[in-house]
Design a protein around this ligand. Structure first.
Ligand code: FAD
Ligand code: NAG
Ligand code: NAG
Ligand code: NAG
Ligand code: NAG
Ligand code: NAG
Length: 486
């Protein structure tokens, strides 16, 4: 009896000391945030790290796929900016990034190719109205930009013809905004937000190597690949239960259980919205739930089109689709294949079709808005027919069908449930940064740090990006490192 008790006391004491020096950490998700957290911990001597990843590959919303000689990116594609950008900093001396600014030409459903002068003016107006002077505006972005654009039209375009064309362009203008912000509707986007653009080139491409290159670079100095367990979907995080060593218990869908001193979750905002009630035991605080419910994540998507015999040449810059006001409302009739809403067909959700750096036989079609979920559930054949119909109509020539399409259905994929986060009117109206609230770690009753939150949506100023996601991985790893260094 006496010896058993002393053994228990000794055991508790020694394991407590051990864990003070050698903490164990579980990271949920092997995307940009998870990988960066794991490498940062490793480089700071914290070696008992396990990364649990639901999918069958690392990278998360970085998804580079080799087609022919080059990689294409089904998720993140460009490094946005150079200043205050950890991605840029890590690779700037390696000669990997290449400016990949594509300016697709405007094509109109009736007028076909639009004059380059109008095109350039339109881009200028778009950038002035959208990227500048948002500082003092409350309310939603859609109302603000519609009003600004209406005011701008008569000052910029003189002829009746151009003004009417400019009006048709509002639709395109909206789609460009949704492409950037990832919402289904620009009326859901807050006009004012905390996002900080990293200065410099906004479209730095990976020159056929894929965005996954950044994961290779992150992992090159620390052998963490042995710490990553794939196909391991977490179903529950018991963070404040009775536990001998005050550890967090993580249960997985396959029935396995892991424990650790600390857990860093990096699952997307979409996954948190879907599953936070079953995922966290006990439940998250009402403040945190409010943050994850009011912040937004919808989806934008790209579909890659493979043409064994290319029909474009080196001077092809891509096509942006501007519908005439009367035609757009009749597209459901003119092209009745696939989803429709009111008079509109899903093909009106296509923003542009672009060439892809280093992939000579591939074009990328981008689409946005409320049609995204239904487009994801549409068949390959419907997509191929719609894209081919649209190209034929706008280019006025006989474009062949792509042989196949390659896509990742980000919105319906249960491990993502969307593309990237944004500030909504609702989250903004709460007055404090909801991303900052989402990023706050939670502790056990005994004060021990239990669950830490990383991932793109927890970055108050650089959300929606890979560099923002990596920053949050570093941030949460440092939080743990600092705990043991002091
Ligand atoms: C189409 C598209 C285009 C984009 N374009 C760009 C761009 O050009 N430039 C840019 O900077 N950013 C871009 N982004 C955004 C960028 O990809 C993301 O911000 C970033 O990759 C997010 O990283 P993360 O680690 O926060 O999340 P994720 O990459 O989502 O990682 C989370 C991981 O958690 C896993 N997971 C989820 N649930 C569970 C569970 N229950 N158990 C275990 N694991 C789980 C997921 O499988 C995933 O691997 C784009 C995103 C998309 C979708
Ligand atoms: C987003 O906007 C759509 C269309 O304006 C609206 O129906 C929907 O309720 C909005 N969603 C949220 C969460 O505000
Ligand atoms: C890896 O180590 C090299 C050499 O010490 C260093 O220059 C580089 O910055 C490191 N990379 C990362 C991502 O830490
Ligand atoms: C890592 O931590 C876990 C959970 O605390 C523990 O069970 C395991 O023995 C540790 N592994 C090593 C190698 O220390
Ligand atoms: C490329 O194609 C366009 C459109 O078909 C054509 O006008 C142009 O002359 C071609 N350029 C070259 C270099 O072949
Ligand atoms: C759709 O295309 C993808 C990629 O080519 C392929 O993997 C998938 O099987 C296709 N789906 C159907 C139903 O044919």
């Amino acid at each position: 009896m006496y010896s058993a008790l002393s053994f228990l006391i000794f055991f508790m004491f020694s394991s407590r000391v051990e864990s003070l020096n050698d903490p164990s950490v579980i990271i949920i998700g092997a995307g940009a945030a998870g990988i960066s957290a794991a490498t940062r911990l490793h480089q700071n001597g914290i070696r008992n790290v396990t990364v649990l990843e639901a999918g069958s590959r690392i990278g998360g919303r970085i998804h580079s796929v080799k087609v022919g000689e080059s990689y294409i990116d089904l998720g993140a594609q460009w490094c946005h900016g150079e200043k205050n950008n950890v991605v840029y900093d890590m690779v700037k001396n390696l000669n990997l990034l290449k400016s990949d600014k594509i300016s697709p030409r405007l094509y109109h459903s009736k007028l076909k190719l639009i004059d380059k002068k109008f095109d350039e003016k339109f881009n200028e107006v778009f950038e002035d109205n959208y990227f500048k002077n948002l500082i003092d505006n409350e309310g939603n972005l859609g109302d603000l930009l519609i009003e600004r654009f209406k005011k701008t039209i008569p000052t910029v375009w003189q002829s009746e013809h151009e003004r009417s064309l400019a009006k048709d362009c509002v639709e395109m203008y909206q789609k460009l905004v949704l492409c950037n912000d990832g919402a289904f509707s620009w009326f859901n986007l807050s006009a004012k937000n905390d996002y900080e653009i990293s200065d410099g080139d906004q479209e730095l491409g990976w020159n056929g190597l894929g965005f996954k290159t950044i994961l290779d670079i992150l992992m090159q100095n620390s052998s963490i690949s042995g710490n990553i367990i794939l196909n391991k979907e977490v179903s529950q995080i018991i963070w404040n239960g009775p536990n001998l060593h005050s550890e967090v218990v993580v249960n997985c869908v396959d029935g396995t259980t892991y424990t650790a001193d600390h857990v860093i979750t990096t699952v997307s905002l979409g996954v948190l919205k879907d599953r936070h009630i079953s995922l966290f035991k006990p439940h998250l605080s009402t403040e945190k739930v409010l943050a994850l419910e009011t912040l937004g994540i919808d989806a934008v998507s790209s579909i890659f089109l493979y043409y064994p015999n290319k029909w474009w040449n080196e001077s092809f810059e891509g096509v942006s689709f501007v519908w005439s006001e009367d035609e757009i409302e009749k597209t459901a009739e003119a092209f009745p294949i696939g989803p429709t809403k009111g008079g509109r067909s899903w093909i009106t959700a296509i923003v542009y079709i672009l060439p892809v750096l280093r992939s000579p036989n591939i074009l990328a079609a981008w689409y946005v808005g409320e049609f995204v979920p239904e487009i994801e559930s549409s068949s390959n054949d419907t997509i191929i027919k719609g894209i081919t119909y649209t190209l034929n109509l706008f280019l006025g020539q006989d474009i062949p069908r792509p042989e196949k399409i390659i896509r990742h259905k980000w919105y319906s994929d249960p491990h993502f449930r969307g593309s990237y986060s944004f500030e909504t009117v609702e989250s903004r109206n709460l007055g404090t940064s909801q991303a900052a609230i989402l990023s706050q770690p939670i502790s056990r009753e005994d004060g021990k740090l239990a669950v830490l939150f990383a991932g793109e949506a927890t970055n108050p100023i650089r959300y929606a990006t890979v560099h923002g996601a990596i920053e949050t991985g570093f941030r949460e790893a440092d939080r743990i490192v600092n705990l043991y260094n002091n």
